[in-house]
Design a protein around this ligand. Structure first.
Ligand code: 6CC
Ligand code: ZN
Length: 263
């Protein structure tokens, strides 16, 4: 019998789902330095070493490949974009951008800030340096930049290429090529990215490896509600297009003995 694949609660509670919901995730998912967490801003300690980031190649216009991987929608960023600064030990190479969301705009983010959840959360996943400099399972093998998404009253033009691609990848394990776009146009203005929270945690998907340096930016991305709703109405978890892809959000994890810092 095949080992059950991991899934989110909304999928696990379907009759005959046979997939493992968050409570049953294996790997490192039951360890103590897990993500996501609630960020209590009053408890966050100012760290003057948390300097602004340098974004390299984030302004390059490309026709990104984007896929529905059955858990989220993922833009493949390999070999062009990097980050440095932000008190990271070296440059990190961007690997992929994906999102987490709900149809309810107050429960679509994985992290919460002072108990507030947002409509969506954007994750840009980076890997340390180049292949040669990568240690095995070092605590900072990955760096994820997390951006909250709020409902705004204007269309976010920078997100349109991604939003327009969704209808072409409604089924899991499908991909398509987006119209030309650049990462920079999808993010808040650089000067707004000086305020962020920092802590050491994990992937929020199995095997939940505790190898992530998390950066959660204070400044949210604003999308029009119709743009946000497109993720829940165009994408599906299943081949049969019976289960709309939404609530792909891992429950909050305990902070434990960890300290959250702030720039
Ligand atoms: N949809 C999928 N997302 C991942 C993944 C891989 C690496 C990371 Cl770091 C993350 S997350 N959510 O912690 O940013 C997710 C695999 S499959
Ligand atoms: Zn994620």
């Amino acid at each position: 019998v095949e080992p059950a694949h991991w899934c989110y609660e909304i999928q696990a509670k379907e009759p005959n789902s046979h997939c493992q919901g968050p409570a049953d995730w294996s790997g490192d998912c039951k360890k103590t330095h897990q993500s996501p967490i609630n960020i209590d801003t009053t408890e966050a300690k100012v760290n003057p070493d948390l300097k602004p980031f340098t974004f390299i190649g984030y302004d390059q216009k490309k026709k990104w490949v984007v896929k529905n991987d059955g858990h989220s929608v993922k833009m493949m960023l390999a070999d062009g974009s990097f980050i440095a600064g932000g008190d990271l030990p070296t440059q990190y190479q961007a690997v992929q951008l994906h999102l987490h969301w709900s149809q309810e705009f107050d429960r679509g983010s994985e992290h919460s800030i002072d108990g507030k959840h947002f409509a969506m959360e954007v994750h840009i996943v980076h890997e340390k340096g180049t292949s040669s400099s990568k240690g095995q399972d070092s605590k900072d093998k990955n760096a994820v930049l997390a951006f909250m998404v709020e409902v705004g009253d204007e269309m976010n033009q920078g997100f349109q290429p991604l939003v327009e691609a969704l209808s072409h990848i409604s089924k899991p394990d499908t991909n398509t090529t987006m119209k030309e776009s650049c990462l920079q146009d999808m993010l808040p203005k650089k000067e707004k990215l000086v305020h962020y929270f920092r802590y050491l945690g994990s992937l929020t998907t199995p095997n939940c490896d505790e190898t992530v340096v998390w950066t959660v930016f204070k400044e949210p991305i604003k999308l029009h509600k119709d743009q946000i709703l497109k993720f829940s109405t165009e994408l599906y978890y299943d081949e049969g297009k019976k289960l709309p892809m939404k609530d792909n959000v891992r429950p909050l994890q305990q902070l434990g003995n960890r300290q959250v810092f702030r720039s």
